[in-house]
Ligand binder design. Sequence first.
Ligand code: GLN
Length: 234
Amino acid sequence: MKKLRVAHLYPKLLNIYGDNGNIITLKRRCEWRGLSICVEDIDLGDAIGEYDVYFMGGGQDLQQIEVSKELQKHKDFLISERDRGAVFLGICGGYQLFGHYYQPHQGEKLLGISLLDAYTVAGDKRFIGNVTVETDYVEPNTLVGFENHSGLTYLRGDTKPIGTVKVGNGNNGTDKTEGARYKNVFGTYMHGSFLPKNPHFADYMIELALGEKLEPLDNDIEFITHNSLIGKKY
Ligand code: GLN
């Protein structure tokens, strides 16, 4: 069984609301199955090699400015990684920079790397609170998390939502969509952190990255948390 190679993009800048928990979850769910996994932090100025999974957390507009500039150097390579089938997960601010751009309230438009056919503009109010989403990608068909963003994201073309918002605002508070997917690139506004509360989605990502079915794990404890958040506003 091959080793899962994970790149954690810019953890010193984009890492809020426990986003690091997504990395810990990928690690544990591999280790509990005896799968080997290595995680490398990518910081400003670092070269980016080939990985099976690329993860980028969220952050404030200020941190996104630096990351947006840095990502432009790696845009073509990361697009070729997407087209090779690598798995990407971007949370909130990271998700926004996987699209074409994020226009914050103040200042210049922050360029993204167009892994997703999506764009984001800052709205008048912040969307803060719990989120429940219905999805077709995993069983059980619910995803839960926490959102805190001013950005309103709109999807185009073959980039489709991860699911439909049942509680919360999701992408833009109007079209009831949450997150985005194109090929194996996923973006979501769900912090909290996302994967510990949605172990079935973590396994789905690992399976996509390894190209193999995983043996099931006992998820009772994780689903006590997951189920307690379904439909819960605050
Ligand atoms: N700064 C972005 C926004 O406000 C992303 C916030 C975040 O990552 N939580 O929309």
